[in-house]
Design a binder for this molecule. Structure first.
Ligand SMILES: [Zn+2]
Length: 352
């Protein structure tokens, strides 16, 4: 098969021909039509990560990346209904083993053998004509929707997980720190969860404008105003819920200081070297603030995100997207590395 592969730590992708995958029990093989270039791939190809999000191993090479793929099922392994062959599916790249205690309680995002498709050398990813994945991770993509939009399900599902983790709902004020793709979906997810108002915080006026399209009542440009002061001006005592998706010492501290007493923060951003200031620590104690880590998403949450898209609750058409043919993969990679780039999707195989 044709595939993009990483040959060494810190090197960009090259075109390669690894052997065809064969589905084992419970797996399907998907003929990949499109795969997004996700942040994870860039962290690996740039050499910034030796391993990803606590997965078991550092990388072995050559490695096929590709966390967010879409395509049609071409074959089914033992135990999978042959009726699924031909279905167009979007793939949840968070792979649970299906057997450990966490997987048995449907929390496969915290699987004891936690693995990420294409971000973990145990699983070749979707930047290949064919990829094998557990059947439960292959979610039916509605044929009436463009498959180029399918990679967005992953970030939306991450935000479904976050709003569930902090029990967001009617009566809550929600601030979302960061208005990249994940943050925009945080705004949309809060809106769908029924919160009273949503405040989007970012340093890019264009992203804040997009946040309004996804349902933000207020936007705060952190370059022109102190975001903590701005949130307190809008809400009085602060917000009851905050979702932090940037993952820096500065923004995590801001998120904590935006919270009202007994407020709850969803910490999604995973920068390195984040430290708490002592005043923030005291604030957590004296205001009885809760911090909740959020890791990935479960298949159940992936299905919820997909249903929101299929039902038109989240308008993916608002988001900038560029599709590159496979031959132009180097341009695609370069474009994805640009800060504030649109979502970059590579056409891997022939769209059916
Ligand atoms: Zn497991």
């Amino acid at each position: 098969v044709k595939a993009l592969q990483l040959e060494r730590h810190g090197g960009g992708p090259v075109l390669a021909s690894p052997p065809d995958p064969v589905p084992t029990a419970g797996e399907v093989v998907v003929g990949v039509e499109y795969c997004a270039v996700a942040v994870g791939e860039l962290l690996v190809s740039s050499g910034a990560r030796q391993e990803y999000h606590g997965t078991a191993d550092s990388f072995t090479y050559p490695h096929t990346p590709g966390f967010q793929g879409v395509g049609r099922i071409v074959s089914a392994g033992p135990g999978v209904s042959a009726e699924r062959v031909g279905e167009r599916v979007t793939i949840n790249g968070v792979l649970g083993c299906g057997e450990c205690a966490e997987c048995r309680r449907a929390a496969e995002n915290r699987c004891e053998r936690h693995a990420l498709l294409g971000l973990d050398s145990r699983h070749a990813g979707c930047m290949a004509e064919y990829v094998s994945v557990p059947e439960r991770n292959a979610h039916t993509w509605p044929d009436q929707l463009s498959p180029t939009l399918a990679p967005f399900v992953s970030e939306l599902a991450t935000m479904v997980h976050a709003v569930r983790r902090i029990d967001c709902g009617p009566g809550d004020d929600l601030a979302v720190v960061g208005a990249g793709q994940t943050g925009l979906f945080g705004v949309a997810s809060g809106r769908i969860a029924g919160v009273s108002q949503v405040i989007s915080v970012d340093i890019d006026p264009e992203r804040l404008e997009l946040a309004r399209g996804f349902g933000a009542d207020h936007t705060v440009d952190a370059r022109s105003a102190d975001p903590v002061d701005a949130v307190h001006e809008l809400t009085g005592e602060g917000v009851s819920r905050v979702i932090e998706v940037v993952g820096s010492t500065e923004t995590v501290g801001q998120a904590i200081r935006m919270l009202a007493p007994r407020g709850v923060a969803a910490l999604v951003g995973t920068g390195t070297g984040i430290v708490f200031d002592l005043p923030d620590y005291e604030r957590i104690v004296t205001r009885e603030i809760s911090l909740r880590g959020c890791l990935g998403k479960t298949n159940r949450e992936y299905a919820i995100a997909l249903s929101w898209i299929a039902d038109g609750k989240v308008d993916l058409g608002l988001l900038p997207l560029e599709v590159y043919p496979l031959e132009r993969f180097e341009d695609a990679w370069q474009a994805a590395e640009e800060p504030g780039s649109p979502r970059i999707v590579i056409e891997i195989g022939q769209a059916a």
